[in-house]
Design a protein around this ligand. Structure first.
Ligand SMILES: [Zn+2]
Length: 361
């Protein structure tokens, strides 16, 4: 951002904060997305607060963008950390819908002695995915508007390829909303036929990472193409995997699952995944989360450790992903990406292990 230097950074941060407030007011709905009634829209939390509280220090948690975007943090576009009450918030639902549609997943007791074959757990997984798709829908809507305002205000079209950003945001927005409503149908019919649990594990320690993220893998473990993330045809829909990492006070759960929307395309990936040892499976889950999303929250200790992790900084922060496409208009070279991804997951530290657990003060 050529116009911004250290002298006017305070002014810039104030302006950004104003633009964010304006954006917030503009994207605010006066009717609830799920019941369509004109009701007060409340703060919905993508991750249950009882999970975030388990990894918070002084009421705060750190999050993915705090690791990946140092410039944006500096300019006040994102914050490095946030209060548990403000983490993962979106504004789309009325109080009744927020309470009704996620009640099983928002009940702490339901996470004790989970039976992964039970309909209760499957329902909880669909509810978690529904929340995340709604959050992604809201986030895309918000970011698209904010980026448009920034681009207009600063005319910094050289630093931000706004056309690419707009195409991506619009498509993602529509896609996330469509998928959210499909999950809603599955939930109302108690139809779990399209839900496949790929991995589930409970560990007896507190992991310093909490996440409920959606991943559109484009390459399998051997580097073969699963789907084309850069196909922006409206009719081409991406299929996603969902990751759930939930820390509780003295245990944590890790789950990888797939909701089949249109195409069952993860068969080969799942076959390769099932042949791996447990530690490698966890590595694939962690690497996919770091590589494909920024939707994860961290304890302060883990945040500091990852921030100093050279492998993370080289492969994740400096990687050739969607972020690069948006900013440079150059799609990644698939072979390089496959190589870089394989290199990364083999070398990386596995923060889901016991040795990185969160210990009470
Ligand atoms: Zn409602």
């Amino acid at each position: 951002m050529s116009k911004v230097n250290n002298e006017n950074i305070v002014k810039f941060r104030k302006e950004i904060s104003k633009l964010k407030r304006e954006t917030y007011n503009e994207v605010a709905n006066c009717s609830c997305l799920l019941c369509n009634k004109e009701k007060r829209i409340i703060d919905s939390h993508s991750l249950p607060q009882f999970v975030l509280k388990c990894i918070a220090s002084n009421g705060k948690v750190f999050w993915g963008p705090g690791l990946i975007y140092p410039m944006e943090i500096k300019y006040g576009i994102f914050d490095k950390d946030c209060g548990v009450n403000d983490a993962g918030i979106f504004h789309l639902l009325c109080r009744d819908c927020d309470k009704t549609y996620f009640s099983e997943y928002e009940t702490t007791e339901n996470y004790v002695d989970i039976n992964q074959d039970s309909n209760l757990f499957k329902k909880m997984l669909l509810q978690a995915a529904l929340k995340q798709y709604l959050k992604e829908f809201y986030k895309n809507k918000f970011n698209y508007l904010l980026e448009s305002k920034m681009s207009e205000k600063y005319a910094e079209k050289d630093i931000l390829n706004i056309n690419n950003f707009q195409i991506l945001s619009n498509l993602s927005e529509v896609d996330y909303k469509k998928k959210a409503f499909k999950i809603l149908d599955m939930l109302s019919e108690s139809n779990f036929d399209n839900l496949e649990i790929i991995y589930y594990k409970t560990v007896d320690y507190k992991i310093g990472i909490a996440s409920q993220c959606i991943i559109s893998l484009d390459l399998d473990i051997k580097g073969n193409v699963i789907q084309d993330k850069y196909n922006f045809d409206e009719k081409y829909n991406l299929e996603d995997l969902c990751v759930l990492i939930l820390p509780f006070n003295d245990y944590s759960i890790i789950c990888l699952y797939h909701i089949i929307f249109e195409r069952n395309i993860y068969g080969e990936f799942i076959k390769q995944f099932n042949q791996l040892k447990d530690r490698e499976k966890l590595k694939i889950i962690q690497a996919s989360m770091f590589e494909y999303t920024e939707e994860y929250y961290l304890s302060e200790n883990i945040f500091r450790k990852i921030n100093r992790d050279d492998n993370f900084n080289y492969y994740v922060k400096g990687h050739d992903n969607l972020h690069d496409y948006i900013y440079s208009n150059i799609g990644p070279n698939k072979e390089d990406k496959a190589h870089s991804y394989t290199e990364y997951w083999k070398k990386m530290k596995l923060y889901l292990l016991d040795e990185f657990k969160v210990v009470k003060d």
